[in-house]
Design a protein around this ligand. Sequence first.
Ligand SMILES: [Zn+2]
Length: 83
Amino acid sequence: MNPLEEIDVLCPYCNEIITLLIDCSQSQQSYTEDCFVCCRPIVVIVHLPLYDPLYDPMAMDSTAEQGTDDDLALSVQVRREDD
Ligand SMILES: [Zn+2]
């Protein structure tokens, strides 16, 4: 498995698409990354259910496709630092 995943998100300040490189070796992490476009600090919150021992796939919406190995169920939230 690729330990680094590239994820496109929208900057909460300028709405430009920026690509984040997520370190998948940690199940949950949050950090601040400056937007490449407007240079303002974006709070990035990463959640990797596959690596979470408390994660129960049966609790998820069963309409989600299973077995696609390019889908890590990687969840990334971004928000303004001053929110
Ligand atoms: Zn920006």
